[in-house]
Design a protein around this ligand. Structure first.
Ligand SMILES: *Cc1c(COP(=O)(O)O)cnc(C)c1O
Length: 407
């Protein structure tokens, strides 16, 4: 039996089958490259679903984790540690200017936003949170209820009450969802799982104005679109509309689990002692990984790089849409968060690319999502484009013959 088969067999025998896993076993990552047990090299344009924004095993992050692990990994949140304070200062310095709470995942960060909104609205008896259809906010009971997708909720009822879904990019539908019980609106500035759909500036600014007018909290889920992914630190910064608080996780620790919320000064002290907690939130080790990640994004100018390389990749994908108009519909997204919209299911293209050595992910039904590391090289973007072109040619036929005729 091959090593790969052995690992998969052991895994399947003992790990709960809550994922449809592809039969590949990865053993090593560096930058935008991944290696499997068979020695095959992949170009990773998924980056752990926007976790490896600084690439796999960035030396600065690896060093920070190694050093901190040898010094102090964990003490209870009953005490102070330097890294947590430093990280909070750094994050609140990037946006909103209030304070942070640290946890361990995206769902937990959103859970913290939900509890914050409920606590804030409690005296006024306001607890409802409006979220968007097609959104994704996590898999805990509250966050899957916030998530506007039936498939995520099916089988888990009764669901917690207090969540209402409105239509994304449709201000009227949000207005209609507001009641005397509404406390907050929660939105992704770019929907990720929903199919890489950016909010419009009109929508985001409209939400901000609506929240100001009705005294509601605007909350942003930056778990996937944050941390430089779209060419700004946080995706809402594209739209000139600031939330009152936002959540993040995924790329914050470059693979080391850490989640956080950042609030504005108004909400900074809503959680008083005893109101919210988690054992592992903001350990010195997790915060060391996050501080190193911020340092890399700054020092390597990755926001600019994400914009530039995003533009290069988008242009290349758009050329493919023009080349295969019957099969490819459009390219959308911001920075290095891009979706290629197909005329039919995106899964066969995902499979074909995987075979060729390019990792991407079909999202929704007809969208192929690309989330390469922000450190991706121009040559790697071009290499990916070549592979996508070759895959399309193989699957959809050679359109260059027709082009040559018309020229
Ligand atoms: C991944 C994701 C989450 C959930 O994060 P977990 O760390 O898996 O709990 C929440 N919101 C968005 C937008 C995400 O992409």
């Amino acid at each position: 039996m091959s090593k790969t088969t052995e690992i998969i067999q052991q895994f399947d025998e003992h790990v709960i089958p809550s994922y449809a896993r592809r039969p590949i076993v990865f053993v090593k990552g560096k930058g935008a490259k991944l290696w499997d047990t068979e020695g095959k090299v992949y170009l990773d344009f998924l980056a752990g679903i926007s976790v490896l924004n600084v690439g796999h095993s960035h030396p600065v992050v690896v060093d920070a984790i190694r050093q901190q692990a040898g010094l102090l990994m964990h003490v209870s949140n009953l005490y102070y540690t330097e890294n947590q304070g430093r990280l909070a200062q750094a994050l609140a310095g990037l946006a909103l200017g209030g304070k942070c709470f640290f946890c361990n995942s995206g769902a937990e960060a959103n859970e913290a936003l939900i509890k914050l909104a409920r606590l804030w609205g409690h005296e006024k008896n306001r607890f409802e949170i409006i979220t968007m259809k097609n959104s994704f906010h996590g898999r805990t009971l509250a966050t899957l209820t916030a998530t506007g997708q039936d498939k995520v909720q099916k089988g888990f009822d009764p669901l917690p009450s207090g969540f209402v879904h409105a239509k994304f990019n449709d201000l009227e539908s949000v207005k209609e969802a507001i009641t005397a019980r509404t406390a907050a609106i929660l939105v992704e500035a770019v929907q990720g799982e929903g199919g890489v759909i950016p909010a419009t500036a009109e929508f985001m600014q409209g939400l901000r104005a609506l929240c100001d007018e009705k005294d509601l909290l605007l909350l942003c889920d930056e778990v996937q679109c944050g941390m430089g992914r779209t060419g700004k630190w946080f995706a809402f910064q594209h739209f000139n509309a600031e939330p009152d608080a936002f959540s993040m996780a995924k790329a914050l620790g470059s693979g080391f689990p850490i989640g956080a919320i950042v609030t504005n000064p108004k909400l900074a002290d809503v959680f008083q002692p005893g109101k919210h907690a988690t054992t592992f939130g903001g350990t010195p080790l997790a915060c060391a990984a996050a501080l190193a990640t911020l340092q890399v994004i700054e020092q390597e100018n990755l926001l600019q790089h994400a914009s530039d390389l995003g533009a290069r990749f988008k242009k290349g994908l758009q050329a493919l849409v023009e080349k295969y108009p019957k099969h490819l519909a459009e390219v959308r997204g911001l920075g290095l968060m891009l979706g290629l919209v197909l005329a039919a299911s995106a899964k066969p293209l995902e499979d074909k690319l995987m075979e060729m050595g390019l990792i991407a992910l079909a999202t929704g039904k007809q969208v192929l999502r690309f989330l390469p590391p922000l450190t991706v090289k121009p040559s790697e973007v071009d290499e990916a484009l070549d592979m996508i072109n070759d895959a399309c040619t193989e699957m959809f036929g050679d359109s260059t013959a027709e082009e040559a005729k018309s020229e």
